[in-house]
Design a protein around this ligand. Structure first.
Ligand code: GLA
Length: 506
């Protein structure tokens, strides 16, 4: 707010926010038409602004970022000539503007300031938060109605494809656009239909609610930068291979484990690469964690079917699927099943099952999908050794970023302290499901430092649901929304251990 006043000499007329997200389970399946279970974080990107009022600059929009890596102003015109360029962060804004060009009055130009507390490059969707905040900003500033949450998410996804060269799925933009406070979003990435999942809503009364602890490794292995597009391509190759036998399949979402194993066994028999024994970790893992029944049964059943095929059929299947494609497909198929099961178990209050599914998910991402890294594996392993931790896994695109842990409320302190002891560079966030993008009252757009921890008890619990608190000290950041996921008592205890400053919105 004050930055806008300093830079543009007047008060902004619109303020909006869009949140980052954490994905509890359902990783790398959104671009395979699968199921995901993310929730919106209290970390937000905020945009304040106004239309250009100075006639001499009428055609040029100007956007200033307060903390996107460096302080920068980007200028551009809102028309079909928009192209990506420098600074890189502005491509997310320009990409979204290009999606809205046909909704804007001709010659539109705006001035805006952006501020974000979504950790950058940590797999918590700072990009989607910026895209969705830009979309909401344009809608509010130019009074563009009737854009549904799904349309907004699709436009933002397209912006990322075209202006950031990132062939992402629809998860991040959907949850930033459509999340509702206190709930997770079980999203069907094919139909875009979703169910709001409330933790413990069907649990026996008195079942204590668990806590989600996000642990940021603060590493980002960029590798060649092509790992994500590679995974997208490998999944397409797996679909193409499967389609030769099952033409009705359009995405990995459609494939059953039986179909996958059938093809796999036929391939294995025909060229002497037997996946039952030759894909060590994933194969062993499949046997231990298959959601329904043991994979050995399926291998045997599939082998039987394969042997019954005529020679012609069999030849048609030879070399139809590489080992790599098999493992990628195997992750996606099992991850979909885990995600749907986890959503159900979360409502039922079966946190042991949810945690088990999360941990299976991590192993599948580590071995079958190969998107984890040493730091994330260490953080997961450390967490799993702590009493009261139901499950742990990497979250987001991988190769660095964060882990997500489901833990009993009374074991949070121990978990955070062990994680920091094993891996001192990590940061922990205690987060609860928060709301999706919206307009903000202008006077509440910026966080206000209200006091020290000792005042915490006075300000929590008797305010409205709009409360947003974050506590930062010595590498620990806790973001807390006034809802029942974390009880006032457990938060107060955690704050007493770690907190010094409370940042409070509204
Ligand atoms: C990134 C992408 C998402 C999704 C995740 C992995 O965050 O933007 O679309 O694919 O990775 O689940």
């Amino acid at each position: 707010m004050s930055r806008f006043v300093d830079q543009y000499g007047r008060k902004p007329v619109v303020a909006v926010f869009a949140p980052g997200r954490v994905n509890l389970i359902g990783e790398h399946v959104d671009y395979n038409d699968g199921f995901v279970l993310p929730f919106a974080l209290p970390f937000r990107t905020i945009i304040v602004g106004d239309v250009v009022r100075n006639d001499s600059h009428a055609q040029t929009s100007s956007v200033t970022s307060c903390n996107m890596i460096s302080d920068h102003t980007a200028t551009f015109t809102c028309d079909s000539s928009l192209t990506k360029g420098e600074p890189v962060w502005a491509n997310y804004v320009k990409g979204v503007v290009s999606q809205y060009v046909n909704d804007l009055p001709p010659g539109s130009a705006f001035e805006a300031v952006i501020m974000s507390d979504v950790p950058l490059g940590s797999g918590l969707s700072s990009s989607a938060a910026l895209e969705v905040a830009t979309a909401t900003f344009l809608e509010k500033l130019y009074k563009i109605d009737a854009i549904s949450g799904v349309t907004k998410a699709k436009r933002c996804q397209l912006a990322e494809h075209t202006f950031a060269d990132m062939p992402c799925g629809i998860m991040d933009q959907s949850v930033s656009a459509m999340a509702q406070e206190g709930t997770l979003l079980l999203l069907d990435c094919r139909t875009k239909e979703f169910k709001l999942v409330t933790v413990g809503s069907k649990a026996p009364s008195g079942t204590p609610l668990p806590v989600v602890v996000i642990c940021n490794s603060n590493v980002k292995h960029t590798l060649s930068g092509s790992e994500y597009p590679d995974r997208v391509r490998q999944c397409k190759e797996a679909v193409a291979a499967l389609q030769r036998t099952y033409p009705e399949i359009t995405a990995l979402r459609d494939v059953t484990l039986e179909q996958l194993e059938f093809l796999n066994i036929c391939d294995a028999d025909s060229d002497a690469k037997n996946h039952v024994t030759a894909v060590p970790t994933s194969g062993d893992f499949v046997e231990k964690v298959a959601v329904k029944g043991s994979s050995r049964t399926r291998h045997t059943a599939a082998r039987g079917k394969c042997e019954n095929k005529s020679e012609g059929d069999h030849t048609a299947l030879v070399s139809s699927m590489s080992e790599l494609a098999y493992r990628r497909a195997h992750h996606c198929i099992t991850e979909d099943a885990r995600t749907v099961a986890a959503a159900h178990a979360l409502e039922e209050g079966n946190y042991i099952l949810v945690g088990g599914l999360m941990t299976q998910s991590h192993l599948s991402l580590q071995y079958d999908y190969e998107v984890s890294c040493d730091e994330l594996d260490l953080l997961v392993l450390t967490a799993l050794g702590i009493k009261g931790v139901y499950g742990a896994r990497m979250t987001g695109g991988g190769f660095g970023g964060c882990t997500v842990n489901l833990v009993r409320a009374d074991c949070v302190d121990e978990l955070i302290s062990q994680l920091r002891q094993t891996y001192p560079a990590c940061e922990c966030y205690l987060s609860t499901p928060s709301s999706g993008t919206d307009e903000l009252p202008l006077d509440s757009a910026m966080p206000v430092i209200t006091g020290a921890v000792s005042r915490y008890g006075d300000s929590f619990g008797d305010d409205t649901d709009a409360d947003w608190l974050s506590v930062r000290v010595d590498g620990v950041v806790m973001s807390i929304v006034d809802n029942p996921w974390i009880t006032a008592a457990s938060v107060a205890a955690a704050v007493a251990v770690f907190g010094i400053i409370i940042t409070r919105r509204r």
